[in-house]
Design a protein around this ligand. Sequence first.
Ligand code: RB5
Length: 149
Amino acid sequence: MKVAIGCDHAGITMKNEITPVLDELDIDWEDFGTNSEKSCDYPDFGERVSEEVSKGSVERGILICGTGIGMSIVANKFPGVRAALCSEDYSAKMSRLHNDANVLVLPGRIIDGNTAGNIVRVWFKTDFEGGRHQRRLDKITAIEKRLNK
Ligand code: RB5
């Protein structure tokens, strides 16, 4: 599975903490920055990763900022992106089972690296349940189409 990962300055530490977990899961990941502690704007990096997911050049994305809120707002602007902000395992699991989330957003300033690593493990190991949840995702796609007219 190909995964794009990106963060702002508030997410670098966590990005470096979770990439070994991606290696452990044998995931082919690509870093879309930032790689500097210098203050930057989260929309720039959220856009890069979300664009890759939206156009289908990667299957999933991971985004990290301080709260995860800014990155979530950016990512969910992109057609076909279903970004889920997760601070614990249960939300991570449900975002895959029920929402088929394809972007995981993590709050770099709220949870620690171990918690983030466990969320990443759960998120990648959980498959979408389909069934009635697919019908709901189809409705989201229909809304996207209507709004983009
Ligand atoms: C950066 O200070 C901070 O605003 C950003 O990382 C994020 O939390 C925005 O939602």
